[in-house]
Design a binder for this molecule. Structure first.
Ligand code: SF4
Length: 488
């Protein structure tokens, strides 16, 4: 049943405070910005640090290990807090809510609202209905109701923004629960995406990250295999947009036209995060990842030929069921040949609801641990070698929110280079930078996972930097003059 209460009911929530606790991937971080925007649109205010919020929203992840134990543990901690604050409400959304649905209120009856991945827009109404009816509300949709990007948003950053281009995934990787929780891929129309980006840039944003579960499959829904490359080129036409990134692409769909578009569009950053998962063809097949080692390495060669300075990073799973020592050695071999600038390495552990969880040949935990440590050592050494090559070179650093906070001990600020390397830069008292400003500095030291650039050459003050000095407020949904995507 769709919830809908009238505006007068929603006005009653004025001045109640909220807190959103986010777990999991960038998709959830982006959804949480929407949840915050929705709540502020409905009259809620962010709770001050250390205060008990009137509404606590958990935006959950079902991918991380022990995600459910963690959620129920956190809900357990909140039970006495809620008992002491009778007006308090607790809501649970995200992938775990989509998976567990009504079980959540059975296991934690003090939860007021459970909502799924397809209907985050219903949260304010469900909270209000739970309050009026004094009864838990569970609303889970099986298909996308409104594309999240058409909802109000409260961005954490004045200079950077996520832009959803698709949600869901048509692949069936055997270790992944995402397709069953986020559904099949739905693509936004290019005009709608570009209108959102233009509005963001008008609001001072310098950097956008195009977001999708399988970003370069974009266009599958409206039958344009080259849509992603075209979208990158169209981003290059937007005045004032300095940096374009995307995450995450799938090697299967990585085509030459995308590499050309990256190389030929100056504001698309020389950076690629492309999950490898395993270097063994046998394991890739068991994972149902439809590329093989040679194709993956060929893409890397093509990217490097077109963009010699591109920083390439990856995700790798160690100890997938059936992974032999020889399979693992092949992963190490690919890591050496690909020379990744960074690798996010994960120890495989069975996730309920995935095919891999019940596969034969689960690898003992101590073997997984030992392989993981060997892989991390190799990956770190390669990343460090790459970083050492930057000493003495100039980098252009966009000072980051959060990361960009001044470190009192070292007197440095942090941000990202064009190729997304983390850089800590000295603060020049003569020309202080703010989050959102751009600093050009010479690298003076390299560590495996960051650079230090203590020789500041120039600071460019930006509109985003001006905005960062102002308090953030809920920003209205970008008006696109067209409806959001509706469930069929
Ligand atoms: S591509 Fe594979 S790992 Fe990524 S979301 Fe789709 S099914 Fe999951």
């Amino acid at each position: 049943m769709r919830a809908d209460l009238d505006a007068a009911d929603l006005e009653n929530v004025a001045r109640r405070t909220y807190q959103v606790r986010t777990y999991g991937c960038q998709m959830n971080v982006h959804d949480s910005e929407r949840l915050a925007g929705l709540l502020e649109d409905a009259g809620y205010e962010p709770a001050a640090d250390g205060d008990v919020a009137d509404v606590v929203v958990f935006n959950t992840c079902a991918v991380r290990e022990n995600a459910d134990n963690r959620l129920y543990g956190n809900l357990g901690h909140l039970a006495p807090v809620k008992a002491a604050n009778p007006g308090m409400q607790i809501a649970v959304g995200g992938c775990l809510a989509q998976k567990d649905q009504g079980q959540i209120v059975e296991r934690a009856p003090w939860v007021d609202v459970v909502f799924g991945t397809h209907n985050i827009g219903s949260l304010p109404v469900l909270l209000e209905r739970a309050r009026v009816e004094q009864q838990a509300q569970v609303e889970i949709m099986e298909a996308l109701e409104v594309f999240p990007s058409t909802l109000p948003t409260k961005r954490d950053s004045a200079y950077a923004a996520w832009v959803s281009i698709s949600v869901g995934c048509n692949n069936t990787c055997t270790f992944c629960i995402v397709p069953s929780l986020r559904g099949r891929e739905r693509d936004r129309r290019p005009g709608e995406i570009l209108a959102e980006i233009e509005a963001l840039v008008a609001d001072g944003v310098l950097e956008i990250t195009l977001l999708g579960q399988n970003v370069n499959a974009y266009g599958v829904e409206f039958g344009d295999q080259r849509a992603f490359g075209r979208l990158l080129r169209a981003c290059g036409e937007i005045d004032g947009l300095e940096r374009v990134r995307f995450t995450s692409p799938h090697p299967r769909d990585f085509t030459g036209d995308v590499i050309d578009a990256m190389a030929q569009t100056p504001n698309v950053m020389p950076q690629l995060h492309m999950p490898l998962q395993s270097g063994s063809d046998r394991v890739l097949q068991a994972m149902r990842r439809s590329y093989r080692q040679d194709r993956y390495l060929r893409i890397i060669d093509d990217v490097r030929a077109a963009m010699p300075h591109a920083a390439i990073t990856t995700d790798i799973i160690v100890g997938f069921p059936g992974e032999s020592e020889e399979d693992f050695e092949q992963t190490i071999d690919v890591v050496r040949r690909a020379r990744f600038a960074g690798a996010f390495t994960f120890q495989y552990s069975p996730r309920p609801g995935t095919q891999a969880a019940t596969m034969a040949g689960q690898v003992p935990a101590e073997v997984v641990q030992a392989r993981y440590e060997r892989l991390v050592e190799v990956a770190n050494e390669i990343a460090w070698q790459g970083n050492r090559g930057f000493v003495g070179q100039q980098v252009e650093v966009l000072i980051a929110q959060g990361e960009g906070r001044k470190d009192a001990r070292t007197d440095r600020m942090s941000g990202r280079a064009r190729d997304n390397r983390l850089v800590h830069v000295a603060i020049d008292p003569a020309q202080p930078a703010r989050p959102g400003d751009v600093v050009t500095a010479e690298v003076t030291y390299a560590a495996p996972h960051h650079l230090v650039a203590d020789r500041v050459i120039a600071v460019r003050r930006t509109r985003a930097g001006d905005r960062a000095e102002q308090p953030t407020a809920a920003r209205p949904a970008v008006s696109l003059g067209m409806p959001g995507i509706r469930a069929r």
